[in-house]
Design a protein around this ligand. Structure first.
Ligand code: C2O
Ligand code: CU
Ligand code: CU
Length: 537
């Protein structure tokens, strides 16, 4: 049976920083040892133009549920099986996509302009990726083509938020109301079906949802053709271009703790190119990978400006040469191609090439800007505003041969009663105590938050003596992480503190690790926002 991670071997490996790298290397080696594995470096790079996802179009109007006298746009988007050509020299790849596309169509609305979406499940009844029926919520006999859509980063009423157990089956649809009462930000929608979410997203079920507002519009950032959303996802492919999702060596329990692909797709293309003018562009990056962390940069090592992250604009641009991004994080970078007229430059992540920019000689006049001040914060949020601090552990369970059996939040499985019950319109601090060897991107539905700090502590002491002993000073978040977030990297051996105003709606939501393999295997918990005035729990 599984037991909490206590082994000194793993503790040593963790301290030496080997464990994570070792696991990844093993996964990558296993993948490349498959006889049918595609080695993307054998393909001619930069022969396909970068696809820009099409905009979703409203199909009509419906009364606004919060204000029935007014009507709001209605969208209908169907999920179905599709075939996507990820590279000129590969046959089309079987995928599942919203509107039969990968990424799905981009939705766009103004802050406060509500929309309704009918998400239609037209998926096949059988899955084409390996379901692990031992996972909670993925038991044999459940419909394999089930799905439920969540708008990541959306301030959405609970019954439209896509609770993981509220999936629909092929032939049915789910109607969601998105009031979008929030600041301009790059959100995304994706499947969230209990126990198979990692497979549904790997199959292609995600798309962009952009919220705009006058505050951002007034900045005159590069727009139109000069604003490019980039969904970055890694995949393992077979030589005939089909998705490969790795399995463990136990046929009864195919779940693997992490998946890393060597084919990095940008908006569904492998190694595409994009023609740009010698001027400023706003690149809106989203890490849509199941488990891969990136460190983006430009191949010429030039600096760029980061102006936004998960929940919108930073207060001021941050000049950077490297942009780390965990799964589900978003960031906007402003890149000035003017000095690169007539040449090429690549978006890279460490040793990976991702996208080639071909900079033309001519440009329309560059009116886009990255002003020195992006916004002045309306709310000053301090620790004194918090009514409660919760200490929550991130845990890993391993079996006798040190194989990962799964991760937990606060040592509590999904189906245990709700333990986190913040009250609407109060602020809390959550301390994420990471006892595992891995970095976990922790995401809360409904809310936005700020990172207070990260502080190293003695994991061994915590596990064996139950006491939190810090081993160094607290470090403020990096400037790149200084804005409003909805996903935070909780690093191993660190206590990561976030401060969260619970705004929006009362009801049942979830929080979880956004490494999808972890999320599907118990690293997710419900939480409940209680109505104002209630006694929190
Ligand atoms: Cu991207 Cu539970 O979400
Ligand atoms: Cu979410
Ligand atoms: Cu995790």
């Amino acid at each position: 049976m599984s037991k909490p991670l206590r082994s000194s071997r793993r503790a040593f490996l963790r301290k030496a920083g080997f464990a994570v790298a070792g696991l990844r290397l093993k996964a990558e080696m296993a993948a490349s040892a498959r006889p049918t594995a595609l080695d993307p470096s054998t393909l001619t790079p930069f022969v396909d133009p970068l696809p820009i996802p099409a905009m979703a179009r409203a199909e009509g109007v419906r009364p606004n549920p919060e204000d029935p006298g007014r009507s709001i746009p209605l969208y209908r988007i169907a999920m179905r099986e599709t075939h996507v050509r990820v590279h000129r020299d590969l046959p089309p790849t079987r995928m599942w996509g919203f509107d039969g596309r990968f990424p799905g169509p981009t939705m766009e609305t103004q802050s406060g302009q509500a929309v309704i979406v009918e998400w239609e499940n037209q998926l096949p009844v059988r899955h084409f990726l390996p379901i692990d029926h031992t996972l909670h919520g993925a038991e044999a006999g459940l419909p394999e083509g089930r799905s439920v859509v969540h708008l990541h980063g959306g301030r959405t009423p609970a019954d439209s938020d896509g609770y993981p157990e509220n999936w629909t089956v092929p032939g049915k649809s789910q109607t969601c109301f998105y009031p979008s009462g929030q600041h301009a930000a790059l959100l995304f929608y994706h499947d969230h079906a209990m126990g198979i979410n990692r497979l549904n997203i790997y199959a292609g079920l995600q798309g962009f949802f952009i919220v705009r507002d006058p505050r951002e519009d007034a900045l005159q950032l590069p727009a139109g053709n000069y604003e490019i959303p980039l969904m970055i996802t890694d995949r393992l492919l077979t030589r005939d271009g089909q998705l490969f999702y790795p399995v463990s060596d136990r046929p009864d329990r195919p779940w693997v703790p992490e998946v890393f692909g060597n084919a990095i797709l940008v908006n569904g293309k492998l190694l595409p190119y994009h023609e740009v003018e010698p001027r400023k562009y706003r690149l809106r990056l989203m890490n849509g990978s199941n488990g891969r962390f990136y460190r983006f940069g430009l191949s010429n090592r030039a600096a760029f400006q980061v102006i936004a992250n998960d929940q919108g604009l930073l207060e001021a641009p941050v000049t950077a040469k490297r942009l780390p991004m965990a799964p589900a994080e978003r960031a906007d970078m402003v890149v000035d191609f003017a000095p690169l007229e007539g040449t090429t430059v690549r978006l890279v992540s460490d040793s990976f090439d991702i996208l080639e920019f071909r900079v033309a000689k001519q440009s329309a006049p560059d009116t886009g800007a990255a002003p020195a001040v992006l916004h002045t914060p309306a709310i000053q949020l301090g620790e004194a505003d918090a009514v409660r601090t919760r200490r929550l552990t991130l845990d890993e369970h391993v079996d006798d041969v040190q194989r990962s059996m799964g991760m937990l939040l606060n040592n509590t499985p999904w189906h245990a009663p709700v333990t986190e019950k913040p009250v609407l319109r109060t602020t809390e601090i959550w301390e994420l105590v990471n006892l595992t060897d891995d970095s976990h991107p922790i995401h809360l539905h409904l809310v936005r938050f700020r990172i207070l700090d990260r502080r190293p502590f003695d994991v061994f002491d915590y596990q064996n003596m139950g006491r939190l002993r810090f081993t160094g000073p607290a470090a403020a978040p990096e400037p790149l992480e200084s804005g409003w977030k909805d996903t935070v990297r909780a690093d191993p051996g660190m206590v990561t503190r976030i401060i969260i105003p619970f705004e929006g709606y009362a009801g049942r939501y979830v929080w979880h690790c956004h490494i999808l393999e972890h999320e599907d295997n118990e690293m997710m918990r419900p939480y409940e926002v209680l109505p104002p005035g209630a006694n929190g729990g």
